[in-house]
Design a protein around this ligand. Structure first.
Ligand code: GCO
Length: 255
């Protein structure tokens, strides 16, 4: 069996939230596997910087600046891509925010902002991408979940609910779109070394807990998601649908 089953050459991937963090790591990895990346973020300067850095490394990258909570901007982006003859073959719904506060102190506006950014955006962007993928005979959708797709942790309720929803949205996408040639799956990253987690990384008690609770005894690196992202974006996963693969150092496998 050739490794060409992992080849993304000729494919275009929209990766939301890909100017930095996990999204940037997956975008670069998928670009090295041959994909053209539509780099997304809300800050045009940061997106342009990421595109320039990827191009300087010989990778195919284009800017796709929009707020994943702005439905009109999402639709306008897909209409612009249609007009330019650019088909999104692979969608990675990665954009997400964290907001840590006990529920009894949580304002509803903050709850809604997390849900809108982490979950509703995946539905809206997924719907726009799927309409076009169905017309073309298929595509790949990779939703980014979390350990919180499976377990709760105090003070991160909206994030937990959004990531639990990502798992079930993935299964709903499989239920409705698999017959049209779309494979929708998810990745559940464990505790990764990202800006979003910097406060936890810098907290000696939390850092020790992660290292003790994780069988691999360490935090994960963003680049450690690349293999699973390529796998789920490639023809190697054509008969996999509605699944979530946890890249968590074994944390969810053990007590
Ligand atoms: C937290 C963290 C987690 C991780 C990741 C784990 O506050 O517990 O932010 O949510 O970021 O999602 O899978």
């Amino acid at each position: 069996m050739s490794t060409r089953i992992f080849d993304l050459s000729g494919k275009t991937a929209l990766v939301t939230g890909s100017s930095r963090g996990l999204g940037r790591a997956m975008a670069e990895g998928m670009a090295r596997a041959g994909a053209r990346i539509l780099v997304n973020g809300t800050n045009a300067a940061k997106v342009d910087e990421a595109v320039a850095e990827m191009r300087a490394a010989g990778l195919q990258a284009e800017p796709a600046v929009f707020d994943v909570t702005d439905e009109a901007a999402i639709i306008a982006t897909f209409n612009r891509l249609d007009a330019a003859g650019i088909a999104v073959d692979i969608l990675v719904n990665n954009a997400g925010i964290q907001f840590r506060k006990p529920m009894v102190e949580l304002e509803t506006v903050d709850w809604q902002r997390v849900i809108d950014t982490n979950l509703t955006s995946a539905f809206v962007i997924g719907r726009e991408a799927a309409r076009r993928m169905i017309a073309r005979g298929g595509g790949k959708i990779v939703n980014i979940g979390s350990l919180m797709s499976a377990l709760g942790r105090a003070t991160v309720a909206p994030y937990t609910v959004s990531k639990g929803g990502i798992k079930m949205l993935t299964q709903a996408m499989a239920a409705e779109w698999a017959a049209s040639g779309i494979q929708a799956n998810a990745i559940g990253p464990g505790y990764m070394l990202t800006d979003m987690n910097q406060a936890l990384i810098d907290n000696p008690v939390f850092d020790a807990w992660v290292k003790g609770r994780t069988p691999s005894k360490r935090w994960g690196r963003p680049d450690e998601l690349v293999g699973t992202a390529i796998f789920l974006a490639s023809s190697a996963s054509d008969y996999i649908n509605g699944q979530i693969i946890y890249v968590d150092g074994g944390m969810l496998a053990v007590l």
